[in-house]
Write a protein that binds this ligand. Structure first.
Ligand SMILES: O=P(O)(O)OC[C@H]1O[C@](O)(CO)[C@@H](O)[C@@H]1O
Length: 536
């Protein structure tokens, strides 16, 4: 990408766009601006009229998409080719939605049958739990389930659960035990009853130390309450992992496939089991239908009409060419409060890379910082900097109808949801237009880019569209950057170093120090402070 003609031409365009006549306050006056710079499919509207680009930039970006074979790579991915070369794996999260029977290579059809088997088992299991045919050791119906998992085995599920919760009464309440911090476990114990709680262990590898430490807590908790693990534990793990062990019987177990990466796994059993327990399998299936709609669009739509591909191109324009180093995701919906952390992992773990797929160092590391909070809360925390500090692109998300429809009273003549939208629209304007003022402290430079994604509601289909949009956008960006968006070796070094530190702690706990010294004085200082419970 970096040595292509279109990439070089984008740099020339950037010099032009940096001149005062291309300030967003001028561009957005064009009556055709929104029509020309927005894309729409049923249930999903993408407005990029307040991005710092014009038709020439857009055309060059579209050429770049062609040169980098982004769409061909997407088709390769959906066909089941090994698009994850470092781990020699396919990346078939699209197949988990039951989509792409046609796109999948004939030799991969067994995959669809395996996925359908897991889906059928999820449906039967969740119905049996709801009907009370499956109960705990003391024959009481389950009311709560705790998801024990971290990273990709947790974030997406929490996002979808919280997005679907307003206006719905979960059949089973979900709780999330991700952090190894004992306070996380302690908090959950205040919200559940031992007899009516299922514990769902989600770990592809079944070796992740945080999840294994929490599993040990859960087993001790079940023992204390004289409850059988085979009644109260469920596993979601890879075939052949240490958790796939018949000598440790559990209430039910479901497979995660090696062709679905953790951060892309919400539409597999990782989301399927908890979300079906919470809302019923039919709701989960509607969510998959929403995901599949966006998959189909990403797969079929030409570059200039392709929403996730256009969003990926804009991201390349903003990061690689205009040199913004961060981007914010701001949903104007409390229900979507866990979308930013989920996208943060999908995006940063996929694209934070320093070499291309051949292992050659990139001219500059790929990816950018992604962060976010729901609006309007974000306005009252970091938006000061967004308006007057270093600029960064913002992606706003608006929902036309809230999940909760009760308590409709007005304040200053408007309903809460209208107040929310008044702020959302105002923020996009303020960032773009800015304001001249005689007092420099009250001036706003403006020309700060933003996009606005609009979904009609918080139905499972809409949430599925949103989830799949961010997945497709991320992989498109990875393909264009010629990096592997499916591996995550960057998380390994810290894990390796933690194991050495853990060993020293364990030896001390056991009273059998090996005499080994901590690797450096700073580590020695913190180990001493932790064991003494004070800083000397
Ligand atoms: O499902 P596992 O094997 O417990 O892994 C959890 C998470 O840890 C990571 O490997 C990195 O921290 C993620 O990619 C993954 O989703």
């Amino acid at each position: 990408m970096y040595d292509s003609d279109s990439f070089n031409s984008l740099k020339t365009h950037a010099s032009r766009m940096n001149t005062p006549e291309f300030h967003l306050k001028h561009l957005i006056k064009d009556p055709c601006r929104l029509t020309d710079f927005s894309l729409n499919i049923p249930g999903f509207f993408y407005d990029f009229s307040r991005q710092r680009l014009d038709n020439s930039v857009r055309q060059t970006l579209n050429t770049l998409a062609g040169e980098t074979r982004a769409k061909e790579m997407f088709v390769q991915m959906a066909a089941g080719n090994p698009v994850n070369p470092t781990e020699k794996r396919a990346a078939l999260h699209t197949a988990a939605r039951g989509f792409l029977d046609s796109g999948l290579k004939p030799e991969n059809t067994q995959i669809l049958s395996d996925i359908r088997t897991v889906a059928r088992n999820i449906r039967i299991f969740s119905q049996d739990v709801h009907k009370g045919r499956i109960t705990g050791t003391r024959k009481k119906k389950f009311t709560d389930a705790v998801i024990v998992g971290i990273g990709g085995s947790y974030l997406g599920c929490e996002f979808v659960y919280k997005a679907l919760k307003p206006g719905r009464h979960p059949k089973i309440n979900l709780h999330f035990l991700s952090n190894v911090d004992i306070d996380n476990f302690g908090q959950i114990l205040t919200r559940i009853e031992p007899d009516t709680c299922l514990w769902i262990i989600v770990s592809k590898s079944y070796t992740t130390t945080e999840t294994m430490a929490n599993l040990t807590q859960v087993q001790a908790f079940l023992n204390r309450h004289h409850l059988n693990p085979e009644d109260h534990l469920v596993t979601i793990t890879a075939k052949g992992s240490p958790g796939d062990d018949p000598s440790n019987p559990v209430r039910a177990s479901f497979y995660m496939f090696d062709f679905i990466g953790g951060r892309y796994s919400v539409s597999s059993a990782v989301g399927g089991v908890p979300l079906s327990l919470a809302f019923g399998y039919d709701t989960f299936e509607q969510f998959l239908i929403g995901c599949a709609q966006m998959d189909r669009h990403a797969f079929q739509a030409p570059v200039q009409e392709n929403i996730p591909l256009t969003a990926a191109l804009i991201s390349i324009w903003n990061i690689q060419i205009l040199k913004y180093s961060a981007q914010a995701i701001i949903p104007y919906s409390s229900a979507l409060s866990k979308l930013p952390p989920h996208v943060q992992q999908v995006y940063m773990e996929s694209l934070g890379k320093s070499v291309d797929i051949h292992g050659t160092p990139l001219p500059c590391p790929a990816g950018s910082i992604v962060f976010g909070e729901p609006g309007t809360n974000a306005q009252h925390s970091f938006f000061q900097l967004a308006h007057q500090g270093p600029a960064f692109p913002v992606e706003f998300i608006g929902v036309l109808k809230p999940g909760y429809t009760g308590d409709q009273v007005t304040s200053k003549g408007v309903f809460n949801h209208q107040e929310l939208w008044a702020n959302l629209i105002a923020q996009t304007q303020a960032l773009a237009k800015g304001r001249d003022h005689e007092d420099p402290a009250r001036s706003f430079s403006g020309n700060r880019p933003s996009s606005l994604v609009v979904i009609p509601d918080l139905t499972p289909e809409s949430v599925g569209l949103l989830l799949s949009f961010y997945e497709a956008r991320t992989v498109f960006e990875g393909f264009m950057l010629n990096i592997n968006p499916f591996d995550q070796f960057g998380v390994e070094l810290g894990k390796i170093l933690a194991s050495g530190i853990r060993r020293q702690m364990a030896e001390k706990n056991a009273g059998t120090p090996s005499g080994g010294t901590p690797p450096d004085p700073v580590t020695a200082f913190y180990l001493k402070a932790l064991f003494n419970g004070r800083i000397d």
